[in-house]
Design a protein around this ligand. Sequence first.
Ligand code: TXA
Ligand code: MG
Length: 320
Amino acid sequence: MKLVNQTQAIELLTTNNLVIIPTETVYGLGGDATSKEAVEKIYKFKNRPADNPLICHFYSIDQIKEYIIELPRFALELFNMFSPGPLTILLEPKDNRLIHATRGQKFVGCRIPNNSETLSLIKKLNRPIAAPSANPSTKPSATNAEMALNYFKDLPGGVLESTPSTIGLESTIIKIENNTVFILREGSIGEREIRSNPTIKNVVNLNKSKDVIPGQKYKHYSPSTDVVKLDDIEQLPPNSIVISTDHIPSSQRTIVISNSYNPKEISKNLYKTLISLDELATDTVYFYIPELFSDTASSSLEKALRERLSKVLQPYAEKK
Ligand code: TXA
Ligand code: MG
């Protein structure tokens, strides 16, 4: 793959080839959602299990309406509040056009990403773009063009030129049933943000339950290096590398993931930091950000960060 502009990207998509699309959450490995050939390429390039459905990306609420039976009132209100943005809603398709992306699921995941290049690409294509996160299965999602190019350099297609993802964590996935909003995957929009709509009384977080979405049963986000969570900086072994928010004098090297404790900056930098560990000549890196695990760290973004990190971090006791 190589960097491409809008014109080249359209040319690729209309000929059933793939384009990596920038979004505010993470980059996506995209293809025309209505094309069997394009969608099959996504599964092949990503080595993705065939039963794991793909989120479809639209440029407007009106475009979503063309593909689904109806937009329930809460879905419309939440899209109005948070779109374009990091919110995916499962909705019932009205016909077979998105069948390649849904993999036998009853609903299709619909999202309007907040990236102007990608929105204008979808608009020009005049069809939704199906895209999973741009990473080989089990690797952290790409959050900038360089990561995407490194992952997929030997494959045909393009990476649409843009800036790095501003959020850095995948979208919140919800479904709406019986006037209840179910959170299936946590993201920067959480219970608190959804409840800021006063007509929505019932919000249930199912993220902790197993198998609420197909993708959850697969391993995620693992760098090849062990990342060990420290609760006490005194536990840091001599000559170690540590990921933290400020320079740690007792470390051999500190990878500063954010300047002082800033959850937005941590999430923006998380995946790029994790993938950079593979370049280090060490098996183990330590992770010391105690504020993120304190009782006061209760924002939706902090919760989503802890959820992603729970798939990466090993406890210190097990490491010893
Ligand atoms: O922020 C995001 O959501 C990014 C960007 C590119 O939009 N996309 C993303 O896609 O994270 P992916 O494929 O890495 O994760 C999507 C998750 C998977 O666990 C999948 O199983 C689930 O959403 N999913 C997608 N469509 C679904 C559907 N129709 N029903 C149930 N789960 C679905
Ligand atoms: Mg993914």
